[in-house]
Ligand binder design. Structure first.
Ligand SMILES: [Zn+2]
Length: 259
């Protein structure tokens, strides 16, 4: 039996799910990663945060949240510390593309025509895009022309005014926000029992080259695995980030899906 009031698709019974799809409910797909997030947070931060962000959007857009894509594309040194770090467990691009494509096709088979990927791991984005593009093309060839798919990364909905408010000492950039104030604040708000602030590496933002080298050069990544400090993180900042990002995503979803 369905858990009352849940927005999470996998907690619904299939009959209730079919009713919601028949009513035109959009489906939001959280996309995370299993990636080291420094000494103070677990490796599933991107899964937890993308799922929570999608949940916040779903409640205000009559949407449902699909079970998350748990693994992500390879961590890169200039945005996630790098894939050489033990613990980080990633998929090849072809696999990410294939999963994104398959999920769109499966939801379309159910009758879903409005889908949004809510990304929580920087490196995933272009491969999700490719999978969606391939799925939409295939559906068009099959005569399904009313499918619409959105892709978004939640931090792109945090506006400049909020950034100025939350980063009075300067904003390192979203790529360096790996294990930093944004993610740590959201985790303090949503999963405080999974954060150990006594283990935060209070480092200046990493100074990284403006190019990549393969194989990875381990010395490029700070030893903490974080690219900026989470020491200034608070649950209050997490609430502001959640509210502003969710509001921006709600407006975008309503606009694109004509709600
Ligand atoms: Zn992360």
């Amino acid at each position: 039996m369905t858990e009352p009031g849940t927005v999470y698709m996998e907690e619904l019974d299939a009959f209730t799910y079919r009713e919601r799809v028949a009513q035109g409910a959009p489906i939001l797909i959280p996309v995370g990663s299993i990636e080291q997030h420094g000494p103070h947070m677990p490796m599933n931060v991107d899964v937890l945060l993308s799922r929570a962000m999608a949940g916040a959007v779903a409640g205000q857009t009559a949407s449902l949240v699909a079970a998350p894509i748990v693994y992500g594309y390879k961590s890169q040194q200039r945005s996630g510390g790098g894939n050489h770090l033990t613990g980080t467990t990633s998929m090849d691009a072809a696999t990410v593309i294939s999963i994104a494509k398959r999920l769109v096709l499966e939801l379309a088979r159910h009758g879903v025509r409005k889908v949004a990927f809510v990304n929580g791991h920087y490196e995933n984005y272009q491969f999700l895009y490719e999978g969606v593009d391939l799925a939409v093309r295939e559906l068009h060839l099959e005569g399904v022309r009313d499918i619409k798919v959105m892709l978004l990364s939640y931090w792109d909905f945090v506006d400049d005014a909020t950034i100025a408010e939350l980063y009075p000492n300067g904003f390192p950039g979203w790529d360096l926000e790996h294990g930093g104030v944004l993610e740590t604040s959201l985790m303090l708000l949503l999963h405080p029992d999974r954060v150990d602030m006594s283990r935060v590496a209070d480092i200046p933002p990493a100074v990284l080259p403006s190019y990549d080298v393969l194989p990875a050069v381990p010395e490029v990544t700070p030893s903490s695995g974080c690219l900026s400090s989470g020491a200034d993180a608070t649950a209050e900042k997490g609430q502001i980030l959640l509210d502003r990002a969710a509001a921006g995503m709600v407006a975008a979803v309503r606009h694109e899906f004509g709600m």
